[in-house]
Design a binder for this molecule. Structure first.
Ligand SMILES: [Zn+2]
Length: 215
C-alpha cells in the first residue's frame, strides 16, 4: 500500500471513531432546565430560612419581623430558633428580651429549676415535663411561643411558591395563661413509678416540686 493510501485510510478510521454529537432532545433539555430551577429555588428558600432563623436569634425582634418570618420558616426551623436562643441564655420567645439566667440579667429569671425535667403542680397534682419550658423566662412566653409555632406552615419552604399563607397571629403576653410544661400522663407506667418514688422519698414541701434532676 502507498503512503497516500495509508494516510487516507487513517483519516477515514479517525472520522469513524469520533461520533457526531446527537441533536439535543428539546423535551429532555426542558426537563433538565426545570430540575435545575427547582434545585436553585430549594437552595434559595433554605438559605432564606437560615437567615430568618439567625435574625430571630438576635434581640431585639419586632412583632412585624416575627410575623413576616412565618413565610420563610417551618416549625422545625422555629425549634432551631428557640434552641439557639436558650443556648444564648435568652428567653426562647423571640419577642421577649429577658434572660433565662438570674444573676447577670437585669430581669427576673424563670422559677423553673434549670436541672429539673419534671415538675409537680401541687394545686392540681399534675405532672409536667418542663424540658421545653426551661427555654423560656416564663410560662406566658412558653405559651405565646407554642401559639406562634402551631400556626407555622408545614409545607417545605421551597414548595411555597404561589401558596397563600394566612398571616400568623401573635398573642399578647397579658392575654395568655402561663403554660407550666407538657402534661405527663400518669397512666404511663414509667411516670407512675417516678411519682411513687417521689412519694416514697417523702420529700419536703419545697423539694417536692422537682421530681427528677439530671445533676
Ligand atoms: Zn420571656
Amino acid at each position: 500500500m502507498s503512503e497516500n493510501g495509508s494516510a487516507q485510510e487513517k483519516s477515514q478510521k479517525s472520522a469513524k471513531s469520533t461520533p457526531k454529537p446527537k441533536p439535543k432532545d428539546p423535551l429532555l433539555e426542558k426537563r433538565k432546565q426545570e430540575l435545575k430551577q427547582c434545585a436553585d429555588e430549594r437552595v434559595a428558600a433554605e438559605k432564606r430560612a437560615y437567615q430568618t432563623v439567625l435574625a430571630l436569634i438576635e434581640n431585639p425582634v419586632s412583632e412585624d419581623a416575627l410575623q413576616q418570618a412565618a413565610k420563610y420558616i417551618d416549625p422545625g426551623h422555629y425549634n432551631d430558633v428557640t434552641e439557639e436562643r436558650a443556648l444564648e441564655k435568652l428567653c426562647g420567645y423571640p419577642l421577649c428580651s429577658n434572660s433565662i439566667v438570674g444573676s447577670n440579667s437585669k430581669k427576673v429569671t424563670s422559677p423553673v429549676s434549670r436541672n429539673a425535667h419534671f415538675r409537680i403542680d401541687c394545686f392540681s397534682n399534675k405532672v409536667y415535663d418542663v424540658t421545653e419550658r426551661k427555654k423560656y423566662c416564663s410560662g406566658k412566653c412558653y405559651g405565646a411561643s407554642i401559639f406562634y409555632q402551631k400556626q407555622l406552615s408545614t409545607t417545605p419552604v421551597w414548595l411555597r411558591k404561589g401558596e397563600k399563607l394566612d398571616e400568623v397571629e401573635l398573642i399578647p403576653l397579658d392575654k395568655i395563661r402561663g403554660v407550666p410544661g407538657l402534661p405527663v400522663s400518669i397512666d404511663d407506667p414509667v411516670q407512675t413509678a417516678l411519682l411513687d418514688e417521689v412519694k416514697a422519698m417523702k420529700l419536703g414541701e419545697s423539694e417536692r416540686e422537682t421530681i427528677h434532676s439530671d445533676k
